[in-house]
Design a protein around this ligand. Sequence first.
Ligand code: AMP
Ligand code: MG
Length: 432
Amino acid sequence: MTQPATLTQLITNPSCMDDYDPNAMSVSKARQFIQQFLNPVTETESLPVHASLGRVIAADITSPSNVPNYDNSAMDGYAFNAQDIDTTKPTRLKLIGTAFAGKPFNGEVAHGECVRIMTGAAMPKGADTVVVQEKVSQEKVSGDETCISFSEAPKPRMNVRYTGEDLQQGQTVLATGHLMRPADLGLIASLGIASVKVYRRLRVAIFSTGDELVSVGNPLETGQVYDSNRYTLYGMLTRLGVEIIDLGAIADDPALLESTLLSAADKADVVITSGGVSVGEADYMKRLLAKHGQVMFWKIAMKPGRPLAYGKVGNAHYFGLPGNPVAVMVTFYQFVREAMLRLMGQPHPATLPMFKVECTQSIKKLTGRTEFQRGILFSDTDGIWRVKPTGAQGSALLSSMSLANCFIVLDETIGNLEAGALVQVQVLDGIV
Ligand code: AMP
Ligand code: MG
């Protein structure tokens, strides 16, 4: 697609994008569109290693030393020199001492000798190989002299972890833009590094819109619903590790919506609203967004999640999600999550992993739009993982999201499916 220079240019002249159709925007095109306007945070801070979990690093981390920084034993056994292996008869060695992890054997192992060695202990001088203790028999020769012998000899240099085997001094261990995971915390600690430079937390303001919304703790009258979207958004954003500014549920009142929108855009890097972006609605949000921002309104060729708005209000990125509770979650995972990771400083965030499995039930589906049905991946009686839909798929049925551990992703070309068909799934466990 041709790249428009600015959002404003695109809004005033949408035809500058190849086959741009705001009334039937494909999921991939909308995703691609959003990507081009994302400018990541640049401010950084320094954090102790353990506090950097879930944050994006802002400078390459290089190894100040080799890991491990000395040759050491990978097993409990006996360290000796491989030249002593006797191929014609059992190898017999004199035991001259013990090496513990943290308490090395300071002598030298001469030919015909060995040292009892524990996992992690430094290899003594003169030894290059470890035979595991299970393969060895010990005999007391005289007084305090003990010998060991073994017939199944290890290969030379076996059972030793060599200097720099994990990481070499000066090597880039983690590159700028890396999202810190538990293994990374340990990896950095293994280098003796105590603090990490990361991008500052992204600030995200959220509010719900709708006259019918009531906050939890208050009674419901006919025609009203509890505001659940702010809770799912809170959960999804918390998992991303951003700072959340919760501005509440706002009635469809133009003045209130305007002041809330402006204060959100002023305080946050990203503003996310739910509701009020569909067509034919008391469309205050649309008018407000036209007045204060550059925002595109799309009907995405997807279910659930048809209406979606994206753009900028002031310096803040704006996502206008649909009001339906499942649609909020689907659009978040298909568009917002990846955009947030980009804004947090990850240059190439991974989309949710997708793979094909057999679906055990038939599925009704119209071609021409992508559907994100809620599914349950399960280990079948034969031990093979398969998927089944959660049941009714209405976009207001939040219980379907609660039951699901995956999305069944059915693209625009797919129509009705028989039981046993292969379908794409996106795993949510560990991500949602
Ligand atoms: P809208 O996009 O504003 O037309 O809303 C679509 C549907 O989602 C309507 O049934 C709304 O009542 C419902 N809805 C909108 N916002 C919320 C919310 N925050 N929590 C629960 N349901 C909502
Ligand atoms: Mg509404």
